[in-house]
Design a protein around this ligand. Sequence first.
Ligand code: HGY
Ligand code: MN
Ligand code: MN
Length: 417
Amino acid sequence: MTKGTHRVRGSAIEVLDRCAELDRYSAHASYLERVYLSPQHAAANAATADWMAAAGMSTWQDAAGNQYGRREGREVGLPALLLGSHLDTVPDAGSYDGMLGVVMAIAVVERLGDRIDDFPFAVEVVGFSDEEGTRFGKALLGSCAAAGSWDEDWWELRDKTGLTLHKAFHDFGLDPRRVGDAARRPEELIGYLEAHIEQGPYLEAADASLGYVTTIAGARRFKLSIIGEARHAGGTPYPRRRDALVGAAEAISTIERLAKASDCIATVGRIEVMPGAVNVIPGRADLSLDLRAESDQARDAMWSAMSADIEMLCEARGLELRVVETHRAPSMPCAGWLTDAVVDGIRSTGDGEPMGLWSRAGHDGMAVGAVTDIAMLFVRCFDGISHHPDEGVREQDVALGLDALERAVLTIAEGRP
Ligand code: HGY
Ligand code: MN
Ligand code: MN
């Protein structure tokens, strides 16, 4: 911030400055990556805790590394309206996916100030610790812990160095035996309201700054292994080949063809070819599959069609297909009463008739929805770009988003006894 300028507390420019400050907590100097249980995770939690405290909140880190802040309502110990998002990122990330929602939530607590003292509920802000699943492959670890849906099998998940989640917990200073302490009981919360960039082009196409979410897409992620036979690239005639990479290429185009012809969305984001030598026919190809749809039924029907077609093409090439499901999260509808408050907030900004859309991106609300009602406020992002350093937001859109979020919280407070 340049000398002499005064940053208005709870303003859009302060929110943007804080998102820029969080960029500093990255595992790499040249690009942003902040993963679960890393030193960067700890640093981002500490900075966020400072901002929460400055906004008048008590702060704590829970047993799964989620960062919380809380401001009491008209009595101590009331159930809380939970605001927030996540602080972790994908590799080579933008500055706003997750972080914007956490920092906007803190700004809204700042702006509401002493008015919260008269609320019939407390207001909490959470910075979830692992929405992306970048390090261990399983997404929503932080919010699953908060929702009480931690799976003991996850302890053996390994990062790319082979370190287990269990060991990483210890190294971070957390006790794996206490992860259950992070679980929130339904009676502790009245709802979860998350502001997030849209991560798609629809608000921009409608020239809308803000939107509300109807449903968060259901997602399933798989590791597909296509097994052939490594052989000499020169000496092996085509009829004798069982080329795993050619099989994977056909599978990838099949995935795209089927998804394009549907309302589902499927992406192969990663492929690993073995042995990976230029003069050896690939004996094995491991590829990721990220599959999403507005409903779990549509998602599962698409998986059945895709897996059947891939099985067939592998059989025709003499290849073996092995499938491991690495992540599954149900589609999560947003609650009507909470979404009505978001719509009220958007309407109060004069941003035109509020636009509803289903979220193609996954969010922590998919896990939190197991213990409390959820709703989401979307903020337009430049050209729909996300999961990329060019991710960007307009200050004016963030300013309207803060107004809408503040109004939504007030609408909820006014609507409760
Ligand atoms: O993958 C997603 O949709 C989210 O950004 N984690
Ligand atoms: Mn993301
Ligand atoms: Mn996100």
